[in-house]
Design a protein around this ligand. Structure first.
Ligand code: NAD
Ligand code: IPM
Ligand code: MN
Length: 361
């Protein structure tokens, strides 16, 4: 089992050496281009196939994620490499939901694996918390929770209107994400798994999490299972990130705490993630969005996207190359070869050049 992604090659056959590229919107294009250069350098044999899906396409012809494209992704690719989706011209973000959540749900990518890893002390915001202290992973449930869109509106636009958003927690969905967290902890020599919910206020769905967590934890007696309400988790992540090795939580809480975690690890420009269904195609994306505030300026940090390429290489059975990507990002950070939001002066392209230079020497 690889160490830095959650991929479990249960099928034993390696995933196909084909990567689907979905740059998406805004800085998605800019950062993905740098990731692609890294893939081309390190694994020239990989076949890279671009898909024109995103706001431009949606505005042009209404296409979001067609069934035949989804089938192609499922059957013909080992990995999907995504930039970001979201565009001010589509204020409802309907295309982003249908494409991004569409892939997560319809490919049943139930593990959203998001490392919170500070790669260099200089970029951590917390006094006394360096690379040793800030290093854990979040297992975010990725196929249900608050994200299913189940609910409705009644008397919309009137003074009496009602809007209901349902949270879905299935026994199967909860159990499999908890098990994935424990399995990864066991395979990677971790001693602790912390489950986070809000069962003090949400007494149906989160009571299910409590119960199933106890059952699953009992199967892993060597791993210390603990629980924190999500508000306290947020506080502890800032006060004592070293308390955590593996955190497992639901879809919405996982979304929120991984932006918080990104901030602890140097910002969104450094946070990579994997969306996994063990044995199937996996989707890799930076945790950040399309950043309309800086899109088109060539100043976005491509390191999160480049760290995704490390995860992709690992997932495709090339863990040594995956580690090289991580090491190279660490060296760039050490040398101050970084984009503006990290205090450097490199453009997106120059930051990509810095990585390629170090990789080729
Ligand atoms: P965002 O992550 O796009 O940006 C938040 C802030 O971080 C902005 O100030 C942005 O400039 C900065 N930032 C983000 N990535 C950066 C990078 N690589 N380098 C330097 N700075 C970076 O979040 P948002 O502004 O809330 O969302 C913008 C759009 O992206 C929305 O439509 C949102 O729904 C979408 N979104 C998509 C994804 C995804 O596709 N995975 C993730 C998050 C948000
Ligand atoms: C993320 C994003 C998405 C999410 C949005 C764009 C729907 O914030 O990947 O973290 O909430 O999952
Ligand atoms: Mn998010």
């Amino acid at each position: 089992m690889p160490t830095h992604t959650a991929s479990t090659h249960t099928a034993r056959v390696l995933p196909l050496p084909r990567v689907a590229l979905l740059p998406g919107d805004g800085i998605g294009h800019e950062v993905l281009a740098e990731g692609v250069r890294v893939l081309q350098l390190l694994a020239p044999d990989l076949e890279l196939v671009s898909f024109d899906l995103g706001a431009d396409r949606y505005l042009r012809d209404g296409t979001t994620l067609p069934d035949d494209v989804l089938e192609q992704l499922r059957t013909e690719f080992g990995a999907i490499f995504v930039g970001a989706f979201g565009d001010p011209r589509v204020p409802t973000s309907v295309h982003a939901k249908e494409i991004l959540l569409g892939m997560r749900f319809r490919l049943d990518l139930y593990v959203n694996f998001r490392p919170i890893r500070l790669y260099h002390d200089r970029y951590g915001p917390l006094r006394g918390k360096g690379t040793e202290e800030t290093n854990f992973v979040v297992f975010r449930e990725n196929t249900e929770g608050m994200y299913t869109g189940i609910g409705g509106q009644f008397k919309r636009g009137t003074e009496d209107e009602i809007a209901i958003e349902q949270e879905v927690n299935t026994r199967k969905g909860v159990e499999r994400i908890l098990r994935a967290a424990f399995e990864w902890a066991r395979a990677n020599g971790k001693a602790k798994v912390c489950m986070s919910d809000k069962s003090n206020a949400m007494r149906h769905g989160h009571e299910l999490w409590q119960r199933v967590f106890k059952l699953v934890a009992a199967e892993y007696p060597e791993i210390k299972a603990s629980h924190l309400y999500v508000d306290v988790l947020a506080m502890r992540m800032v006060q004592a990130p070293e308390s955590f090795e593996v955190v497992v939580t639901n879809n919405l809480f996982g979304d929120i705490i991984t932006d918080l975690g990104a901030a602890l690890a140097g910002g969104l420009g450094l946070a990579a993630s994997a969306n996994i269904h063990p044995g199937g195609v996996a989707m890799f994306e930076p945790v950040h969005g399309s950043a309309p505030d800086i899109a088109g300026q060539g100043i976005a940090n491509p390191f999160a996207a480049i760290l995704c390429t490390g995860m992709i290489l690992d997932h495709l059975g090339r863990p040594a190359l995956g580690r090289r990507v991580e090491d190279t990002i660490r060296r760039c950070l050490d040398q101050g070869q970084v984009t503006r939001e990290l205090g450097g002066n490199l453009s997106t392209r120059e930051a990509g050049d810095a990585v390629l230079n170090l990789l080729s020497h």
